[in-house]
Design a binder for this molecule. Structure first.
Ligand SMILES: *[C@@H]1O[C@H](CO)[C@@H](O)[C@H](O)[C@H]1NC(C)=O
Ligand SMILES: *[C@@H]1O[C@H](CO)[C@@H](O)[C@H](O)[C@H]1NC(C)=O
Ligand SMILES: *[C@@H]1O[C@H](CO)[C@@H](O)[C@H](O)[C@H]1NC(C)=O
Ligand SMILES: *[C@@H]1O[C@H](CO)[C@@H](O)[C@H](O)[C@H]1NC(C)=O
Length: 372
């Protein structure tokens, strides 16, 4: 069966009108709208006016039928209304108002009334739902043994019934960590008690872990369960650093040849370079081995072989670079410090001997005087 073209267009038009919204009399307005919280939002009604009709006044009412704004078209001075709304520019025969900053209280149905002469008033209605998304911070890193705070926020705490935090490690199942429901205290799962805390807030939720362990790595999802918008969530991931505490050891392997090891245990693995005084050239290429430890850290050993004569002239340092450090840690093979220390010890010894002999002399003199 063929539908005549005009009929099809008519069907399409009425379908479009259904999509656009309700038509109360001859006022068109979207039936339902979602407005993001904390942002301005504009509501619009469109009138289809008959020939010979004049628009006298437009009024906007809120959910409680209180006048939000009213004006006479073409007369800017006639605009009167509440502080939190303003008249927006709109095409001819339509009216628009802007809610300056949408909040939870702005949810509800708004009525626009067009006073026409001579035919009377025509009205339209739009129902507004205030909506928000959960946001979280950027991914975080924390130093093992220290504190980590993860947070999420949601602009409509009035709609939240419960907040739930789950932890998903890189390998393994998600587990519940903590939750906070309206009119109760934050709940921490037994496995996390004593080292995890949750803030008692339905808008800004903060999960604190102290001390942080390597097993705490992974992603954390905060779920905000609301009564009208379903469950909304966001993810923030945590990496745990173990900072290196490098050490240098060395031994003479054959006459005139010294083998030095610079070792560091860290997570993620550190990068070790050797620095010969102000020059960064290494004497012979260093050999580096990486050994994964059971606790998730990596032992890095960099071995450098040098002529023992060189250690007398210049100071040899191992530089350990790590993501968790602002600047690399330098560990000296303390050849120069060793010389300085020897000098210091010698000077101290000589000084001590001098003082002792002085005391001895004084004591002798004193005793002599006593005897006399
Ligand atoms: C607002 O007025 C309409 C009729 O114009 C009425 O149906 C509705 O119940 C009123 N709402 C309130 C909250 O008074
Ligand atoms: C956070 O980390 C996860 C996994 O570690 C990654 O998939 C995601 O893209 C990261 N997000 C940001 C914003 O860096
Ligand atoms: C350096 O480390 C290697 C293992 O990589 C070990 O065999 C060697 O004995 C170490 N040398 C010193 C001086 O500690
Ligand atoms: C060593 O230093 C020179 C300049 O002093 C620089 O160009 C070079 O990249 C450095 N090498 C390393 C491995 O850091």
């Amino acid at each position: 069966m063929m539908i005549p073209v005009t009929c099809r267009i008519g069907l399409q038009v009425s379908f479009l009108l259904l999509l656009i919204g309700q038509t109360h009399g001859r006022v068109t307005a979207p039936a339902r709208l979602k407005a993001p919280v904390d942002k301005p939002f504009t509501l619009t009604c469109t009138l289809s006016k008959d020939r010979g009709e004049t628009l006298r006044e437009v009024r906007w009412l809120d959910d409680k039928n209180q006048t939000l704004l009213s004006y006479q078209p073409g007369n800017r001075d006639s605009v009167s209304g509440q502080q939190h709304v303003e008249l927006a520019t709109s095409p001819k025969d339509s009216s628009a108002i802007t809610i300056r900053r949408v909040g939870f209280r702005d949810e509800g149905c708004y009525t626009c009334i067009f006073e026409l002469s001579p035919s009377g008033s025509k009205q339209g209605q739009t129902c507004l739902t205030v909506d928000a998304e959960v946001t979280s911070e950027r991914n975080k890193t924390a130093v093992s043994g220290k504190k980590a705070s993860l947070s999420c926020s949601f602009g409509l705490p009035e709609k939240v019934q419960q907040i739930l935090w789950k932890h998903t490690p890189a390998q393994g199942e998600s587990t519940e960590v903590a939750s906070f429901a309206k009119r109760s205290d934050p709940m921490i799962e037994p496995a996390y008690q004593g080292r995890v805390w949750l803030s008692a807030s339905l808008s800004d939720s903060q999960l604190t872990i102290q001390p942080v362990a390597i097993q705490d790595e992974g992603c954390y999802t905060c779920f905000y369960e609301t009564h009208s918008e379903g469950t909304k969530s966001s993810v923030v991931c945590l990496s745990t650093y173990v900072l290196p505490k490098p050490q240098v050891s060395y031994k003479t392997t054959s006459p005139g040849v010294i083998e030095a090891n610079c070792t560091s245990v860290s997570r993620p693995p550190a990068e070790i370079v050797w620095n010969v005084e102000t020059d960064n050239r290494t004497i012979g290429p260093p050999a580096t081995v990486h050994l994964r430890q059971d606790d998730g850290t990596t032992l890095v050993i960099s071995t450098l072989t040098v002529q023992s004569g060189l250690l007398k002239d210049v100071s040899v340092k191992c530089l350990v670079h790590h993501k968790g450090l602002e600047s690399p840690i330098a560990v000296s093979m303390n050849t120069k410090i060793g010389t300085a220390l020897t000098i210091l010890i010698s000077v101290t010894t000589v000084a001590a001997l001098l003082v002792m002999s002085l005391c001895f002399c004084l004591w002798k003199c004193f005793l002599r005087k006593e005897d006399e």
